[in-house]
Design a protein around this ligand. Structure first.
Ligand code: HEC
Ligand SMILES: [Cu+2]
Length: 315
């Protein structure tokens, strides 16, 4: 019966990720409850207005102040419904905010009015995001200018992207095909044209695409190679790779997920945003036990991707 009612609401985009059916189910249940309540309350309101209308000039209406039983019931039942909806919503949300370790990472840069993508092997694409079917994909996203928002309706994922900061989202595509990507943050005159295509392909096709070499002279450089060069030129004087303390903390195992304690006592888990912030605003988060002497570096988005990718290799 419930499934049959939910069928009526089947006007959503295709379901092509492991989130899709769960997101739609919650959405449909909320819609069914809302439609039911709206219709029922409106009907009863009109009915009662008519039924209990004043029928003669000197008719006195009943003097009712409250009804404790009714009020308790209409408080408790909606509260229970809200908690049940919250439970289902939160479980999906919690999973959405915790990408699995080992997901295929793709860096995404939004700018007025197109999208750039960079893959783990340094390959870049514009306006076309290619991912393998059945494997988790994590997008690490930033904006080169104003606010944008990355939306793939078929995957049921959407996340804002900011200048100078990384946001992320992840999904596991469950069917192959080409899907639309939209910007859903009004970002200027050509906002509506800020679209791209998501191509979900087989693992083999993905690997072929990732490693295809159209032009041997323009072979992609591994981001960690770029990162290592930057490290040697700009960071090695103060940061070691072998665990020893030089001027600053060693980069060895920096991505292990361990907590780092800051000067003010707060604990942080090292992630892409922490690294990014440590480079651009070193004085905003000072590691406990070290002097605040690190200069700020203005690295380009590609250089940041390089340094971050390189640090992830330092086990
Ligand atoms: C002049 C020395 C110096 C240079 C050069 C330097 N740093 Fe630092 N760095 C420090 C010090 C000191 C700290 C610890 C205090 C702090 O957090 O500011 C630090 C902290 C960090 C942290 C936080 C480490 C942690 O364990 O939480 C990161 C990440 C970092 N630096 C990245 C870089 C990168 C990337 C470069 C090169 C582009 C660089 N640093 C260049 C001195 C330096
Ligand atoms: Cu935009």
């Amino acid at each position: 019966m419930l499934d049959w009612i939910l069928e009526i609401f089947d006007f959503m985009p295709v379901e092509a990720s492991s989130w899709a059916s769960r997101v739609d189910y919650i959405n449909n249940v909320i819609t069914v409850i809302s439609v039911f309540c709206t219709v029922a309350i409106t009907f009863v309101m009109i009915l009662f207005a008519w039924k209990y209308r004043r029928k003669s000039e000197n008719q006195k209406t009943a003097y009712i102040t409250h009804n404790a039983t009714l009020e308790t019931i209409w408080t408790i039942i909606p509260t229970i419904i809200c908690f049940v909806l919250f439970y289902f919503g939160y479980t999906v949300y919690h999973e959405m905010r915790n990408p699995p370790v080992g997901a295929n990472e793709v860096f995404v840069k939004g700018q007025t009015w197109y999208w750039d993508f960079q893959y783990a092997n340094g390959k870049k694409s514009t306006g076309e995001l290619v991912v393998p079917v059945g494997e988790p994909v994590k997008l690490i996203m930033t904006s080169a200018d104003v606010l944008h928002s990355f939306f793939i309706p078929a995957m049921r994922v959407k996340e804002d992207m900011y200048n100078g900061n990384y946001s992320y989202l992840w999904f596991t595509p469950t069917s192959s095909g080409t899907f639309d990507i939209f910007c859903t943050e009004y970002c200027g005159t050509q906002h509506s044209g800020m679209t791209a295509k998501l191509k979900v392909v087989s693992k083999e096709a993905y690997n072929d695409w990732l490693n295809e070499k159209k032009d041997p002279s323009a072979e992609p450089v591994l981001p960690e190679v770029t990162g290592k060069a930057i490290y040697t030129a700009k960071c090695a004087a103060c940061h070691s790779l072998d665990g020893s303390k030089v001027v600053g903390p060693s980069f060895k195992g920096i991505y292990s997920g361990a907590k780092h304690v800051l000067q003010d006592g707060t604990e942080v888990v090292v992630d892409d945003n922490y690294i990014r912030n440590s480079i651009a605003n070193p004085l905003s988060q000072i590691v406990a036990g070290y002097p605040p002497v690190m200069p700020a570096f203005q690295l380009s988005e590609d250089e940041l991707i390089g340094v971050i990718s390189y640090m992830k290799t330092l086990k």
